[in-house]
Each structure stands twice: as C-alpha cells, then as structure tokens.
Design a protein around this ligand. Structure first.
Ligand SMILES: Cc1cc2nc3c(=O)[nH]c(=O)nc-3n(C[C@H](O)[C@H](O)[C@H](O)COP(=O)(O)O)c2cc1C
Length: 165
C-alpha cells in the first residue's frame, strides 16, 4: 500500500510552461510530493508520474489543455519516497491578451474516496489495453466507458467526485 492520504483542507497547486516543465509549486505540492522547490523547478511534471497511471489519461489531458479547455482527472502521483497519493485535479491553460496560451495551472484536492475503486478499475483496464494496443487502445477503453454513461469525459469525472457513494 504505502499511500499518503491527502487531507481535506489541502490544495496542491503547480504551474508549468508550455512543455510541461514545473515553473511553480505551492507548499502543499512540496509536502505531498516530498521535494524541495530547488529539486523540481524546471523539471518535467512527470517527475511525480506513477506507473499505475494510463498514458491515455495524460494524452487526453494535453489534448484538452492545448486547445484551451479545462480538464478534470483523478491522478495517482508518486512521491519522492516512492509512496503514492491520489488527487482530484483540475488543469487549465492561461492566456495572454492575444489569446495565446502562456502556461498551464493545476489545482488538486482530496479525491472522493468512494470514487477511487471505480477509477482504479477503469485505469487498470486502460493499462491492460495499452499493454496490447498502445495509447490508442487506452483512449478507446476510456471513451467506451464515458460513452456508456452518456456523458462527456469531464461530466463523468466530476460526477464521480461529487456523487460517488
Ligand atoms: C499543469 C500540469 C500539471 C500536471 N500534473 C501532473 C501530475 O500531478 N502528475 C502527473 O503524473 N502528470 C502531470 N502532468 C502531466 C505531465 O506533464 C505528463 O504528461 C505525464 O506525467 C506523463 O508523462 P510522460 O508520458 O512524459 O512520462 C501535468 C501537466 C500539466 C500541464
């Protein structure tokens, strides 16, 4: 196991440049990830990537935010210690006055614990699909589940965070 449970009053935030390198991380980020600012500044954000996360989740994330759309996601992150922590994240693009994207921002809080078994099951089926058919197979698995609920991806994820019980 070795999970670090994110406390209810926590907001873990970070900003990245257009490549996904960390340009800002707040104190809760440093606390849960177990790094100092010096260790993570200008490093790629996959520094906290956990192997249980399907690649397709991050593909969707980047597809959404590069188009200027927000995305919600349940993310299992890896701390420097090797422990993990689950978060419910909202990631958005920031724009300059010419409407060009200048950076990305993520705000994370404690996930609804009742949603996690559902997400774990989904992610493990996506990982299995990816091991056979690559990222596309992972995306297809995700879309199948999303479509079966007659919701958009973000609607389903928000629904799980708000209503899973
Ligand atoms: C603002 C922002 C926040 C991100 N936060 C995380 C995060 O908390 N955990 C994570 O694994 N990836 C996060 N990512 C996605 C990473 O950039 C990367 O796509 C992901 O870790 C997969 O990396 P890889 O496929 O290069 O190994 C974030 C990206 C952005 C733009």
């Amino acid at each position: 196991m070795d999970e670090i449970i994110v406390a209810d009053d926590t907001l873990i935030t970070s900003k990245t440049n257009l490549k996904g390198d960390i340009i800002y991380a707040n104190s809760d980020f440093l606390k849960y990830a177990g790094y100092t600012t010096k260790e993570i500044l200008y490093k790629p954000h996959n520094i906290v990537r956990h192997k249980d996360m399907p690649k397709a989740v991050f593909k969707c994330l980047w597809d959404y935010i590069k188009q200027g759309n927000e995305i919600f996601a349940f993310v299992k992150n890896k701390a420097k210690s090797g422990q993990f922590y689950w978060v419910f994240a909202n990631i958005t693009a920031s724009f300059n006055e010419s409407k060009e994207i200048i950076n990305y921002y993520s705000v994370r809080r404690a996930p609804n614990r009742k949603a996690l078994p559902i997400i774990e099951k989904l992610y493990s089926s996506m990982l299995e699909a990816e091991s056979k058919g690559g990222i596309k197979a992972g995306v297809d698995t995700l879309l199948e589940v999303v479509n079966s609920h007659k919701m958009t991806y973000n609607q389903l994820i928000l629904h799980l965070q708000k209503n899973a019980r």
